[in-house]
Design a protein around this ligand. Structure first.
Ligand code: HEC
Ligand code: HEC
Ligand code: HEC
Ligand code: HEC
Ligand code: HEC
Ligand code: HEC
Length: 414
């Protein structure tokens, strides 16, 4: 038996790896295209910031491969060399300069050109494109419950089917031996019979169920008034992972208040339009979510005109301190030189924003006790003066926020 299995499996395994390594090679160009080009180009004929690339081989000067190579590598150089077509499309696209890709190797450029030639890939499986889908995370609260319920039902059906099979076999055996057919127990009877004969598994199930329910109760008790992990759904599937992560847009480009004053602020829809006038379609949600920005501004992407029926986007606030607490962003980001991610976590890898820190009084105080004040000048006259004063007062000592009075009730409470 053992040798038979290995005889079948080994070649299968080998075949699997072979196909795997082949497909891995073949997608290389696709991956490069995604990383470097897809923010501005689609492989079909739809326009983003740049033209859709379908049929580009027939449009550009021949031999097309050679021209494309030069254009992609350094389009500015090609334009400067007086290439008529290069200058024409540059003008046609409102003189928006495409990035140059001199850092890509010849092999990589050729792989990208091959990908353009191959055209758009067949649409990916629907699971991968579900709106707001998070890549491979554990099922959350409700989902977990449904999974468990589903499994239980599946399990019961399985018991039923298996006992059915067992009974049929037993009937056959009994017939052969000239005995009467076995008694019918019915579905519920079968289940009871099975439970009665598998007490170990049943006990384990009961223990797991008990622990699970206790955990829910405990979490609920500990979580009163603490919203760490709070992750509400937003009116537009705005993804920090795509904007701050993949596209490297700086946090303060959108949250300009975070370095200027008390409140970091949420950008208005006009800020979105700096890019979304041109980027009309996303790779994951297509036009669906971006259309909501247009709706908020009563903007018509076909005519490029704004209407008068504008209404602000109703973002759901994630972080909420009570009204009696004073918290100031610039005091922390500029004077205190604290990074956004210290308090907010890896926002740039979140598809949906989640509250990373507990935002409790203990949390604030713990950090004020342990964090050393950055007394190296930071260009803010007021804080430079205060820091210099404390430096004099606590000569040679470590100055924590606590030493500056950061634990005084009135500093944080109105
Ligand atoms: C920042 C946006 C941007 C990125 C990124 C970008 N392009 Fe472009 N591309 C453009 C624009 C805009 C044009 C239109 C010409 C112009 O304005 O210079 C263009 C033109 C082209 C053309 C000519 C299309 C035609 O119809 O003649 C090709 C081919 C092309 N790009 C390929 C690529 C490839 C391949 C990559 C990735 C390696 C890439 N582009 C990355 C913006 C971009
Ligand atoms: C600095 C440029 C820039 C700004 C500002 C910007 N975006 Fe984007 N946005 C992009 C780029 C680039 C993409 C990626 C397009 C792609 O390749 O999928 C994108 C994609 C999207 C998508 C689609 C995601 C997907 O893949 O389906 C949505 C929705 C979106 N942005 C919403 C917003 C909202 C809301 C704002 C304003 C709060 C905003 N964006 C501001 C550049 C920007
Ligand atoms: C393209 C614009 C844009 C960029 C860049 C951006 N954000 Fe945001 N941010 C938003 C929008 C829009 C919201 C409100 C919707 C949401 O919560 O997803 C938001 C929400 C947040 C929130 C939650 C606010 C609340 O309601 O409590 C935090 C925290 C945050 N951003 C931090 C960051 C950090 C840190 C970075 C840099 C790594 C960053 N953002 C980059 C647009 C942006
Ligand atoms: C010392 C911790 C800390 C740091 C550092 C910090 N934040 Fe915050 N942030 C908070 C707290 C606390 C709140 C809740 C404020 C409230 O509810 O009044 C908040 C709220 C926000 C909000 C929601 C809107 C608002 O202002 O209430 C955004 C957006 C935000 N932060 C972005 C940023 C960005 C971007 C940075 C980095 C430039 C940053 N934060 C750095 C603690 C911090
Ligand atoms: C990650 C560490 C950290 C956390 C968390 C933090 N702070 Fe601070 N805080 C600092 C630092 C560092 C300074 C000192 C700024 C400076 O150099 O003047 C500061 C200063 C302050 C000050 C000014 C103190 C003074 O003496 O001028 C107030 C008020 C304050 N924080 C409130 C809060 C509140 C409220 C929270 C919780 C919601 C909080 N902080 C959470 C690091 C933190
Ligand atoms: C570094 C900032 C900071 C300092 C200093 C501080 N608090 Fe607080 N305090 C907070 C924050 C933040 C909350 C809100 C916590 C929450 O909502 O879970 C809070 C909440 C409270 C509450 C309400 C409790 C509740 O459950 O809502 C009281 C009462 C309070 N603080 C008293 C004080 C007293 C008294 C002092 C001085 C000994 C003090 N605090 C110093 C940040 C501070």
């Amino acid at each position: 038996m053992h040798t038979k299995l290995t005889k079948v499996f080994f070649p299968l395994f080998f075949l699997f790896f072979l196909t795997f390594s082949f497909t891995a090679k073949a997608v290389d160009g696709e991956k490069l295209f995604k990383q470097n080009c897809s923010a501005c180009h689609k492989l079909d004929d739809k326009k983003l910031t740049g033209p859709g690339l379908k049929g580009v081989f027939d449009r550009v000067p021949q031999p097309a491969e050679e021209w494309l190579y030069k254009w992609i590598k350094n389009n500015e150089e090609l334009r400067k060399s007086g290439d008529a077509y290069a200058n024409k499309i540059f003008n046609d696209y409102g003189k928006v300069a495409m990035s140059s890709f001199t850092h890509l190797s010849d092999e990589e450029l050729k792989a990208i050109i091959a990908t353009i030639k191959a055209g758009p890939p067949s649409p990916p499986a629907p699971v991968a494109t579900a709106p707001g889908a998070e890549p491979a995370t554990a099922p959350k609260g409700n989902t977990m419950l449904y999974v468990l319920l589903g499994l239980t039902i599946l399990f019961l059906i399985l018991i039923n089917v298996l006992s059915g099979v067992k009974r049929s076999l037993q009937t056959l055996v009994n017939e052969k031996d000239g005995l009467p057919a076995p008694v019918e127990l019915g579905t519920w009877g079968e289940i009871k019979y099975w439970l009665g004969h598998n007490k170990g598994i049943v006990a384990l199930g009961v223990i797991i169920g008990f622990l699970w329910i206790s955990k829910i109760g405990w979490d609920a008790l500990m979580g009163i008034g603490v919203y760490q992990g709070y992750q509400p759904e937003q009116p537009i599937a705005f993804s920090h992972q795509i904007h701050a992560g993949q596209n490297g847009i700086n946090c303060v480009y959108c949250h300009s208040g975070a370095e200027k004053g008390k409140v970091a602020g949420i950008p208005s829809a006009n800020v979105c339009m700096n890019c979304h006038k041109a980027v009309q379609e996303g790779r994951i949600t297509g036009t669906k979510e971006i259309a909501k920005i247009y709706a908020a501004l009563d903007y018509d992407p076909n005519t490029g005109k704004y209407g008068s029926n504008q209404k602000p986007i109703q973002w759901v606030k994630v972080h909420n301190l009570p009204d009696h607490v004073y918290f100031n962003h610039s005091q922390h980001t500029i004077a205190g030189k604290q990074e956004c991610k210290t308090c907010h976590g890896a926002i740039d890898s979140m598809t949906v924003v989640k509250q990373h820190s507990p935002l409790t009084m203990v949390w604030c105080i713990e950090c004020h006790r342990t964090t050393e004040v950055q007394t190296a000048g930071n260009g803010n006259g007021y804080y430079d003066y205060i820091h210099a004063t404390y430096k004099d007062k606590f000569k040679g000592q470590k100055i924590t926020v606590e030493k500056m009075g950061g634990l005084e009730c009135a500093k944080c409470h109105y």
